[in-house]
Design a protein around this ligand. Structure first.
Ligand code: PBG
Length: 326
């Protein structure tokens, strides 16, 4: 039997060798923790659709800021809960919204924590759509105007970046212009550039009460069948001024990450969404796999595909797992 010239197993022989030649790093610095917030004080309360995830009252957020600092997780992505929903989603741009208050609380606890806010209307509209409905359809430009007001309110509260997720055309340009005019040219935009109309947002919508009361989101969120269109969305958002572009869900967009990595030079983010989290959680709980191994494997694959940053409900667990040797 001739000896094969290439024996890849030579570099797999010991852990030190494997680490030495590993191509992909996963580090706490790559992570962003999504945080659901509400107004008020008290203890964080469990979110039933997302076991292990809590909704944080503004008063308790300094504690979270300290925990993230200790864990080395540099950033959060904030989602609010409306006290009062209406047809326009007015509470979204209120200076007293839970998100605005949360930004202030986090920034006073740790001014260096990177605070990103989700900018959308779906948690604030009584019909659950991501925008303003006119004649039975989501009105693009009327929505962009309201998203821009929301972004300015978040910037005024101290957000470092705003993250428009409504999938309206021109939303990045609209936000950029409004932020600049309002005196916030230094605040960034993390754009949800290719966000699929996906089944995997289920647990999040349950938590936010943002399931649309009629129709679905397919007239604005992306058709998962299209990769060229996704690349166009990504390029378009960069052209409109996005500082970071994001794909979502993460695990169903690995090909998009890999293709975007070669074409786009701004940082790329991927969002491991609520349904991906729930899938991993229930698989682990049923004994199908080790939670730690499965989660680290998915996040490593997302990094390998080309993501610089990963938004994950597992961010704190991952930071803790990475600190301990395997
Ligand atoms: C708001 C928004 C959603 C998510 C992030 N921003 C929900 C949706 O589009 O229905 C999903 C987050 C998750 O599932 O973890 N538009």
């Amino acid at each position: 039997m001739p000896s094969p010239a290439a024996r890849p197993r030579r570099l797999r022989r010991t852990a030190r060798l494997r680490d030495w030649v590993a191509e992909t790093d996963l580090d706490a610095r790559h992570l962003v923790l999504p945080v659901l917030v509400r107004a008020g004080d008290g203890r964080p309360t469990p979110v039933p659709s997302l076991p292990g995830v809590a909704r944080w009252p503004v008063g308790a957020l300094p504690e979270l800021a300290r925990a993230l600092h200790a864990a080395g997780v540099p950033a959060v992505l904030l989602f609010g809960q409306a006290e009062r929903k209406d047809g326009e989603g007015r509470e979204a741009w209120s200076p007293r919204s839970a998100v605005a208050q949360a930004v202030g609380a986090l920034k006073s606890a740790d001014p260096e924590l990177i605070v990103v806010t989700d900018v959308c209307l779906c948690a604030y509209t009584d019909h659950g759509h991501c925008g303003v409905v006119r004649n039975g359809a989501v009105d693009n430009d009327a929505t962009v105007e309201r998203l821009a007001r929301t972004a300015v309110a978040h910037a005024r509260a101290g957000a470092d970046l705003v993250a428009p997720s409504a999938m309206m055309d021109g939303q990045v340009a609209g936000l950029r212009a409004s932020l600049d005019t309002a005196g916030f040219p230094d605040r960034g935009i993390l754009s949800y550039a290719t966000k699929h109309a996906s089944a995997f947002y289920g647990p999040f919508r349950e938590a936010e009460g943002s399931r649309p009361s009629f129709g679905d989101r397919t007239t604005y969120q992306m058709d998962p069948r299209n990769a060229r269109e996704a690349l166009r969305e990504l390029r378009q958002d960069v052209a409109e001024g996005a500082d970071i572009v994001m794909v979502k869900p993460a695990l169903t967009s690995l090909d998009l990450l890999a293709r975007a990595r070669r074409r786009i030079d701004v940082p790329l983010a991927a969002y491991q969404v609520s349904g991906e989290y729930a899938m991993l959680k229930s698989g682990a709980r049923s004994g199908a796999f080790s939670e730690r191994e499965a989660v680290l494997e998915t996040l490593t694959a997302i990094r390998r595909a080309g993501a610089d940053l990963i938004v994950s409900y597992y961010a704190q667990d991952v930071a803790a797992w990475l600190r301990r040797a395997p």
